[in-house]
Design a protein around this ligand. Sequence first.
Ligand code: FES
Length: 143
Amino acid sequence: MESNTYSSGVIRHFQHPHNYGKINNADGIGIVGNVVCGDEMRLYIKVEDDIIKDVKFETFGCVAAISTSSVVTDLAKGKRIKDALKITNSKILKELGGLPLIKIHCSLLAVDALYEAIYDYLSKNKKKIPEKVQKKHNQLKRA
Ligand code: FES
């Protein structure tokens, strides 16, 4: 789903983002940035019995980055960690009704931030880190 303009879903989430803010005693925090534009996303999770009970974000970035952050928090809230790891960029884009092609790269931050928050939670709690989470973490550290 590509177009040159923002969909009504993008505009709605940008104007009224869901789960915006910070969790002070978060169990996991994911901080990712886009080196090209300098935008940054922080995603906080609160986990109980392996379920993401609460999730919030702070995004210092563009319309696409803010709207995708809002959607990723909606999708992750209430999910088991293993199910939250099934959230993909294409699911987020589908929820939003697409993004202009030139803004697709902005949407990658949302899934990366979620993975990093989960990585942070699992490593702090000495839990097994799934290979795809470790791989993503290593890629992001190298970037
Ligand atoms: Fe930086 Fe969109 S322009 S994330």
